[in-house]
Write a protein that binds this ligand. Structure first.
Ligand SMILES: Cc1cc2nc3c(=O)[nH]c(=O)nc-3n(C[C@H](O)[C@H](O)[C@H](O)COP(=O)(O)OP(=O)(O)OC[C@H]3O[C@@H](n4cnc5c(N)ncnc54)[C@H](O)[C@@H]3O)c2cc1C
Length: 458
């Protein structure tokens, strides 16, 4: 069944020029990461006058993969250090994609490094690989610790694979990633004690240690100290919890000086509710209403233990909110016209943007997909916002199989949204919906830079 609600354009609200886009060019960031990798390779290049024999070829390939792996893991954790300009400039969604892509490469480099070095040493020393593995681990300084670290990295890589992650609770996945820090610490010293590119090169050791120390300090500051400082400053507490639809609740959170958080519509926090059952878990939920000086609101659908426990939270419960994060904000917009595409509970950040994005009557459209009528949240709020702002609202309810066409395919979108390619499009929902919507938008010739995505997949 399809329900389409379209609000007439009202002349009520006035246009405000769009703010300048948030600054951080993903290509510039990627360029900086690649430049760092090239500089890392320079260490090997300048330290290797010649290569002779098969054993030497293998050993040098092992050195190169080792250097790149050492650089790769530090970049990976830097991307997840929650550094505000990076989070805001690139967006949590893109950072997570880079992190997962880079993670696969780094784990492959680590495995290749271990195999190549062992094989290379075995060939040069005229011994077999098993004997060489034993010698390396038992006689070379810090190599055993590095082997344990390598196994940890492989384990983390396996549990991060999409198929395994889907069967895992958010908290399990989240805390397993902390072993990355342990693995990096275990692997660090073998780089200096056995790494040919560092042993006799003091400036390289200093620069490498400075890189690790800087990233370590950023992680300590932004991931651990900042949340505690924010908790003490803002004294967050639950004000109310109420049901929006079956299995969906809104939590209203009050606190002090919330304007200092500089949160915006479209962003999310990681929420840690300080009850006996939930204090150890910190899950991401988007603001479902524009933040005010005294109040924040989130709206959560029950998927598992954490989201399911929120309905029972009592007013007065203390909590810690880590953030704000996310780049799906008004400043990303480049065009006068804006389309918001929400899938299921992915409507939450778009509900907030629907209220605050500057737009003239007729320039703002929200397309909201839900499988069942019971899953539609904020219907009343959305309708009254649409009426007061002269915005268009399409709520499309039903399963894909019930429609003759996919309501989010390129042709249907073009038919329903005149001038589609002249819109900025903000998309939020489950990963499947965001992927298909982005493909449809590209088919409909919406430029990539005008598409802003956040998937609720972690
Ligand atoms: C940036 C971001 C913003 C988010 N904002 C919101 C929000 O505003 N409102 C909201 O309700 N949720 C939001 N989410 C999703 C929410 O964080 C997770 O659903 C929640 O943390 C899952 O924890 P849990 O303990 O309840 O379930 P878990 O025990 O971790 O998961 C139970 C099962 O449900 C699956 N699952 C979990 N989350 C999802 C999901 N989002 N989609 C499909 N399957 C899922 C898991 O794979 C697992 O099989 C957001 C996620 C991200 C990354």
């Amino acid at each position: 069944m399809t329900t389409v609600l379209e609000r007439p354009v009202s002349p009520a609200s006035r246009a405000t020029p769009p703010p300048a886009p948030a600054s951080m060019n993903p290509n510039a960031m990627l360029g900086a990461i690649v430049a760092g990798a090239v500089a890392t390779l320079g260490l090997w290049w300048f330290d290797t006058p010649s290569i002779s024999g098969f054993g030497d070829v293998l050993t040098n390939a092992g050195r190169i993969t080792g250097l790149l792996a050492g650089y790769g893991v530090v970049v990976l954790v830097a991307l997840m250090a929650r550094i505000p300009p990076v989070e805001r400039g690139l967006g949590a969604d893109r950072l997570a994609r880079w992190h997962s892509f880079g993670g696969r490469y780094s784990v492959s480099l680590i495995v290749a490094h271990a195999l190549l070095i062992t094989w290379g040493y075995a060939v040069t020393g005229h011994t077999n690989v098993v004997h060489q593995t034993k010698t390396l681990n038992l006689s070379y300084p810090d190599v055993l610790m590095a082997t344990v670290a390598g196994l940890l990295f492989v384990g983390i890589g396996i549990v991060s694979a999409r198929a395994a992650r889907r069967r895992m609770r958010y908290e399990t996945w989240y805390y397993l990633h902390f072993y990355t820090y342990l693995a990096i610490a275990l692997a660090f010293s073998h780089q200096f004690s056995t790494g040919a590119d560092f042993i006799d090169n003091r400036p390289a050791r200093v620069a490498w240690a400075a890189l690790y120390a800087t990233v370590g300090a950023a992680i300590l500051w932004y991931r651990f100290i900042t949340p505690v400082r924010q908790a003490l400053r803002h004294q967050l507490r639950i004000v109310a919890v109420h049901s929006e639809a079956p299995g969906i609740v809104s939590v209203l959170v009050g606190g002090r000086h919330l304007d200092e958080l500089r949160a915006e519509s479209g962003q999310f926090f990681r929420w840690r509710f300080l009850t006996r059952e939930l204090w150890w878990a910190s899950n991401p939920y988007s603001l479902s209403a524009p933040p005010s000086v005294h109040l924040l609101r989130i709206t959560v659908k029950t998927f598992g233990e954490h989201s399911g426990a929120l309905a029972a939270l009592q007013p007065g419960t203390r909590l810690v909110a880590e953030g704000p994060y996310g780049a799906m904000v008004a400043a990303k917009r480049t065009q006068r016209k804006v389309l918001l595409v929400a899938g299921g509970v992915g409507v939450t950040p778009l509900r907030a943007l629907f209220q605050t994005l500057p737009a003239a009557p007729g320039d703002l459209t929200l397309l909201y997909r839900a499988s069942r009528e019971a899953d539609v949240v904020f219907r009343h709020e959305l309708e009254s916002l649409a009426a007061s702002r002269g915005a268009r609202l399409h709520i499309v309810v039903g399963r894909r199989t019930e429609f003759g066409v996919d309501p989010l395919d390129a042709r249907t979108l073009q038919a329903n949204i005149p001038d589609l390619a002249a819109h900025d499009v903000f998309v939020c929902g489950p990963a499947g919906l965001t992927d298909t919507t982005v493909r449809a938008l590209r088919t409909a010739r919406v430029p990539r830079r005008q598409i802003h995505v956040e998937s609720f997949e972690f």
